[in-house]
Design a binder for this molecule. Structure first.
Ligand SMILES: *Cc1c(COP(=O)(O)O)cnc(C)c1O
Length: 374
């Protein structure tokens, strides 16, 4: 096929961009290998699925989908505001929190300015920075021998903040490493930043974290007008397929984001389901318990297999597999189990495994044991 002339006309940020690589969908695996009953432990989805109340809300919304959703998502934003003791004006909804990250980049990044983030930080930060044509300043991660192996090194990040810095991205906990930051270290970092540098703390997994020294950064918004906290309904709320996330910020920053936000970026079923799942505290508690037990089950099982796992506060584990990561990934696929290669992060020797139901975790461990003994 000919090479269309317009390729070179794409803006520079897009020309050099590599698209986001999602976890392999179950249907694709089953189509390719003729399998059935496969399991996916690749995208940090909640294995319990959404609460019954959210499913009922989705079904009930079906008859209304001829209508546009409420573009301002009044009900969902009010409910979130109440739950978080914030004003609705502090909340910007996104089509997943990735959408909010894109809005932040569109609002603050352009050629000639910089975004700072850590090596091994969630890949979307690099993607949105490059798409905006801005420059990424990537701080080396903490070493593997650290108490937070591969985690964010806040002082290395701080030293990259300069006059051209517009955004700093921090994932707490981080995906794919599972590493996290304590309240005191993160607070010191945020306090040390110039007022005009926006710091985005991505709390996609915050509901899973039980440590008493883990910060709920939404509590700091009144003090730091340059702080943005992002969260999602994709992870513990189990609505990844519906795409709902949000940013919490100073209302003036929310007003800026609202200028670039697509008018109807969160669908009608998504708004209703998110509202229902927000109210279902029991489901969140149960999901946290299942995850806590599953993390332990996987960590102990992988340790018994002689593999090194990294401490994680998310619903996933990063596991070092030496030069066998690619082989294990392929062989697990043949056994009907999808995990996540993370070579795109520069972690060629690792796999990321999402915590499943107890029997799924067991199936993963048994298959892996089998593959390793062949
Ligand atoms: C999964 C994830 C998100 C959430 O993505 P959504 O667009 O809300 O589905 C955001 N940040 C991190 C670090 C994640 O792992």
């Amino acid at each position: 096929m000919s090479h269309p002339e317009f390729l070179k006309l794409a803006v520079p940020g897009v020309r050099g961009l590599t698209p986001y690589v999602p976890g392999k969908p179950i249907e694709e695996l089953e189509r390719e290998l003729g399998l059935s009953n496969s399991i996916k432990l690749a995208s940090n989805e909640n294995p319990l699925g959404p609460p019954a109340s959210a499913l009922a809300a989705i079904r009930a919304s079906a008859s209304d989908v001829a209508l546009y959703p409420d573009g301002s998502a009044y009900q969902l934003r009010s409910a979130l505001a109440e739950a978080l003791s914030l004003r609705p004006e502090a909340i910007t909804l996104g089509n997943g929190s990735c959408d909010v990250l894109v809005m932040l980049a569109e609002t603050f990044l352009a050629p000639g300015v910089e975004a700072v983030f850590s090596q091994y930080a969630f890949v979307l930060y690099a993607l949105v920075t490059q798409a905006a044509g801005a420059t990424a300043r990537v701080a080396p991660a903490r070493p593997r021998s650290d108490s937070q192996p591969l985690g964010h090194d806040l002082s290395a990040m701080r030293s990259l903040v300069g006059p051209a810095t517009r955004l700093v991205f921090i994932a707490n906990p981080n995906n794919p490493t599972g590493s996290w930051l304590t309240a005191s270290e993160l607070r010191d970092f945020v306090s040390s930043l110039p007022q005009e540098v926006i710091v985005v703390v991505d709390e996609a997994y915050c509901e899973y974290v039980e440590d008493t020294d883990y910060p709920d950064c939404s509590r700091w918004l009144a003090e730091f007008p340059n702080l943005v906290v992002t969260r999602t309904f994709s992870k513990i709320h189990a609505l990844a397929g519906l795409r709902v996330g949000y940013a919490l910020s100073h209302p003036a920053l929310a007003e800026l984001l609202n200028r670039v936000r697509q008018p109807f970026n969160v669908s009608l079923p998504a708004q209703r389901a998110a509202l229902a799942s927000l109210r279902d505290r029991n489901h969140v508690t149960r999901s946290r318990e299942v995850n806590r037990a599953g993390l332990r089950q996987l960590a102990e099982g992988l340790d018994r297999l002689g593999l090194t796992t990294f401490p994680s506060r998310g619903n996933f584990l990063l596991v070092a597999c030496g030069d066998q990561a690619g082989h294990y990934y392929e062989q697990l696929l043949r056994a009907g189990i999808i995990v996540r290669p993370v070579a795109n992060y520069g972690l060629q020797d690792c796999l990321r495994i999402t915590v499943g139901l107890p029997e799924q975790n067991e199936q993963l461990l048994a298959s892996l044991s089998d593959i390793m003994s062949r």
